[in-house]
Design a protein. Structure first.
Length: 229
């Protein structure tokens, strides 16, 4: 879990804790989120937890039903396809705009974020692995750094919201991987294209990178269905 500052409110602590556990799969898709159970698990009162649940509903990570209460949003191939489609629609123009508007400090942040991600990836084992919080955070930081110079704050917010919605699928794919994980150079190639301001190549690489997530997750869905069948 990320560290909380002394000034972080109880409501924000509850939100971050619950959000982390939904994204990582600790609370499985379609799992019922009962307030009394959450109070025992996290040690927060019902008020900040209810506020956290409502915020997660707004992010699309939790579903609310008057009769059934709160449940973790299901995952499905159709939902992933929709997320992927929207990411491609938002992220590619955001990256193009960032390359056009970014300055030297923006480039430096990208290189630094890549270095931090590369360091932790070098420590990940081959084969099936449950991605930990530190990797997830550094991966998110790197992808945000790429588009951070995009002048549209709404576009940035929507892009990262979709990135987070895809996070549950990345964890699902990691847990169901059956072949050794190849440490590829996708992130390095993407970084290099962006810092040399090659917008065409960068857009192509990011498109392929986003699509590869969908490919990996679909393979995980098939593997899961095979195990159940």
């Amino acid at each position: 879990m990320q560290e909380m500052s002394a000034n972080t409110t109880v409501s924000e602590q509850a939100f971050q804790a619950l959000r982390h556990d939904v994204l990582s799969g600790r609370h499985a898709p379609e799992c019922k989120l009962k307030l009394d159970a959450l109070q025992n698990l996290y040690g927060f009162s019902s008020s900040p937890l209810r506020e956290a649940l409502n915020r997660l509903v707004q992010e699309g990570l939790v579903k609310a039903d008057e009769r059934r209460g709160f449940r973790v949003t299901p995952i499905s191939p159709a939902d992933l396809s929709d997320i992927t489609k929207m990411r491609l629609m938002l992220d590619i123009p955001a990256l193009t705009d960032a390359i056009r508007a970014g300055d030297d400090a923006w480039e430096a942040h990208i290189v630094a974020a890549f270095h931090r991600l590369e360091k932790i990836e070098s420590r990940l084992p081959q084969g099936p692995v449950t991605l930990d919080f530190e990797w997830s955070q550094r991966h998110r930081d790197f992808h945000f750094s790429l588009i951070a110079a995009c002048p549209s704050e709404r576009q940035l917010a929507w892009s990262m919201s979709l990135f987070d919605q895809a996070e549950r699928y990345r964890h699902f794919a990691a847990r169901n991987r059956t072949v050794s994980k190849k440490k590829d150079s996708e992130h390095r190639a993407l970084m290099n294209a962006v810092v040399r301001r090659d917008a065409k190549t960068a857009a192509l690489l990011l498109s392929e990178h986003i699509a590869s997530t969908q490919t990996n997750v679909m393979a995980a869905f098939k593997q899961q269905a095979k195990q159940r069948g």
